[in-house]
Design a protein around this ligand. Structure first.
Ligand code: PEP
Ligand code: MG
Length: 390
C-alpha cells in the first residue's frame, strides 16, 4: 500500500497488520473480529479508526470506491453524495480540533481528586510506537507486546536481535518499560513455525505454555531482556499464567539466566521486578497466592473477559456478549486489586478497559495503581483521572 486508503478485509491478523505502513492507512473495516481483537488494538496504537464485525461489507465495495467511515458512531457510507462527503469532512476536522484541545492535559500529573498519583503508561508492539508517543508525558510502558518482534521476523529472533530492540526501548524511555515475554498462539502465529492446528486455539498452546515447553527459546528472550535491563528500568512480565507453579518455574529460569550472565561477567539489573498478567480465571481465584510471589500484577481484561464469560474475543456473532463491564469481570478485577494490595504487590491494568473513560472512575475507586493503554487514548484517560475540565 503506497497511497492513503481505507482497508476493507474479511479479517486481518496481526501478521497482516504488521506489514502495513500505518501512515497510508486511514481506516480499517473488517467483516470479522471484535473490539479487542489484535487488529483493533494495533490500529488504536497508531490512531487509525477501525470498525470490526461489519458483515457483508465486502459484497458492497470494490477497489477504488470512496468510503466514509466514523469509528465513533459505527457508520460507513459507500460512494457518498457530495453533501454527505462534506459532512464527514467536517466531522474529521472537528475531531482534529478535539485532539488538539485534549493535548493541553499532557502537562498535568495524573493525580486523582483525592490526591493519589496514578501511573499512566502506554501499550506498544514495537519501538516505533514508543517514538510516536514520546511527547505524551507518560510514566512508561506498561505493556511491551514482544510477539510482534517474533511475528515480523523470518526466524526466531536471536539474543542479539532482541537485545538491540529491548535496549532501544529502555533507552528511549528511562522510566518503566514492562516487557511481556512471548505471547504467541491464539490468533497470533509465526510465519516460520508450524503450529499444529488446534480445535480451541485460545484454550490451547499459547503464551507461557509455549515458553515453558521451549526453554531454549525462552532463555534466549530472558537473556536479552536481562542484558538490556542495565540501560533503563525494565520489568519482566509473564502472560497467561494459571498456576503458581508456572510462575515459580518461569522465575527459576530467570534465576538460571541471571546466574549464567554473572558467570560470563555480563551486567544486568539484579533487582529487576518480575510480574504477571492477570488474565485467566485461575489467576483470579489464586490471586493471593500469586501476589506473594509476584512483584506486580497487570490485569489483562481482553483475555480475562473472554475467559470469565466464555466468550471468544474475536467472534463477531457473540460480540455483543463480549462485555468487559459484566459484573463478573468487575468482581474479578476487585478480587485481584484487593489480593495484590494485601501482599504489597502493585496492581495495574493493560487490557483495553484501562483506557475506557467510562471505566476509569470505578477503577480508581477500586484502587488500581497503574493504567496502561493504547497511546491514542492516553490524553483522554489523563483527563478522566484528574477528574476536572481545564
Ligand atoms: C489482555 O489480554 O488484556 C492483554 C493486554 O493482552 P493481549 O491483548 O495481548 O492478549
Ligand atoms: Mg492477553
Amino acid at each position: 500500500i503506497r497511497q492513503p486508503v481505507i482497508v476493507v478485509a474479511k479479517d486481518l491478523f496481526p501478521s497482516d497488520t504488521v506489514k502495513m505502513d500505518p501512515k497510508y492507512i486511514k481506516g480499517i473495516i473488517t467483516e470479522e473480529g471484535g473490539v479487542t481483537s489484535h487488529v483493533s488494538i494495533m490500529a488504536k496504537n497508531y490512531g487509525i479508526p477501525v470498525l470490526t464485525g461489519v458483515s457483508g461489507i465486502l459484497d458492497q465495495v470494490e477497489d477504488g470506491l470512496t468510503i466514509c467511515m466514523d469509528a465513533k458512531c459505527g457508520t460507513i457510507v459507500v460512494e457518498p453524495e457530495q453533501a454527505v462527503l462534506e459532512a464527514y469532512e467536517r466531522l474529521s476536522e472537528e475531531e482534529a480540533i478535539e485532539q488538539e484541545n485534549i493535548k493541553k492535559y499532557r502537562a498535568l500529573e495524573p493525580v486523582t481528586p483525592q490526591g493519589k498519583r496514578i501511573s499512566l503508561c502506554i501499550n506498544v508492539g514495537n519501538t516505533e510506537e514508543m517514538k510516536l508517543a514520546l511527547d505524551k508525558n507518560v510514566d512508561g510502558v506498561g505493556l511491551f507486546r514482544t510477539e510482534f518482534l517474533y511475528m515480523e521476523n523470518s526466524h526466531f529472533p536471536t539474543e542479539e536481535e532482541q537485545f538491540a530492540v529491548y535496549k532501544e526501548a529502555a533507552t528511549l524511555c528511562p522510566k518503566e518499560v514492562t516487557i511481556r515475554t512471548l505471547d504467541i498462539g491464539g490468533d497470533k502465529s509465526l510465519p516460520y513455525y508450524e503450529f499444529e492446528p488446534e480445535e480451541n486455539p485460545f484454550l490451547g498452546w499459547r503464551a507461557i505454555r509455549i515458553s515453558l515447553d521451549m526453554p531454549e527459546m525462552f532463555e534466549t528472550q530472558l537473556r536479552a531482556i536481562l542484558r538490556a535491563s542495565v540501560f533503563g528500568h525494565i520489568r519482566i512480565m509473564f502472560p497467561m499464567l494459571i498456576s503458581v507453579e508456572e510462575l515459580l518455574e518461569a522465575k527459576q529460569i530467570v534465576a538460571k539466566c541471571k546466574n549464567k550472565l554473572r558467570q560470563e561477567g555480563i551486567p544486568f539489573d539484579e533487582g529487576i521486578e518480575i510480574g504477571m498478567m492477570m488474565e485467566t480465571p485461575a489467576s483470579v481465584l489464586l490471586a493471593e497466592e500469586f501476589a506473594k510471589e509476584a512483584d506486580f500484577f497487570s490485569i489483562g481484561t481482553n483475555d480475562l473477559t473472554q475467559y470469565i464469560l466464555a466468550v471468544d474475543r474475536g467472534n463477531k456473532k457473540i460480540a455483543s456478549r463480549y462485555d468487559s463491564f459484566h459484573p463478573a469481570v468487575w468482581k474479578a478485577i476487585e478480587t485481584i486489586i484487593q489480593a495484590g494490595h494485601k501482599y504489597k504487590c502493585k496492581v495495574g491494568m493493560c487490557g483495553e478497559l484501562a483506557g475506557d473513560v467510562a471505566a476509569i472512575p470505578k477503577l480508581l475507586e477500586l484502587g488500581l495503581d497503574e493504567f496502561s493503554m493504547s497511546a491514542g487514548t492516553v490524553d483522554y484517560a489523563r483527563r478522566a483521572i484528574i477528574g476536572k475540565v481545564i
